[in-house]
Unconditional design. Structure first.
Length: 127
């Protein structure tokens, strides 16, 4: 694997929460141009090493976030004040997706869910 791909994958492995391409470009701006970072992310996702999801927040607009592929589908909570992510764990929507599929005659191959709000730490600070 190229040096850039290794850097990107290593950063995602070590990250406590999802990372955006912008964050990775900022981190490696002296070593890799943004196009290389984006190509590395695309390659790693295509090879099944990382997963991504798209999130809109008022502060950052619409961004794609990347996480290490762990085998199971996961969902995320994003705090609109501190912008930290909380892993909500494994998907709990499989039954609902199957039911909708059957009712509507659809073949649903993927879904995305994220919640936005205020985390417990920010709520405590705001009280």
């Amino acid at each position: 694997m190229t040096k850039a791909r290794n850097h990107v994958l290593e950063s995602i492995i070590k990250a406590a929460e999802p990372l955006s391409a912008r964050q990775l470009c900022d981190k490696y701006k002296s070593e890799h141009d943004p196009a290389t970072i984006y190509r590395s992310l695309h390659f790693l996702e295509e090879k099944g090493r990382i997963d991504s999801f798209i999130l809109y927040c008022n502060a950052h607009g619409t961004e794609r976030y990347y996480v290490l592929h762990r085998g199971e589908h996961r969902h995320w909570f994003h705090c609109e004040r501190c912008h930290r992510f909380t892993d909500l764990g494994e998907c709990r929507f499989a039954e609902i997706v199957s039911q909708i599929s059957a009712e509507k005659g659809l073949l649903i191959t993927s879904h995305s869910f994220y919640a936005i709000g205020i985390c417990s730490e920010c709520r405590q600070q705001g009280s």
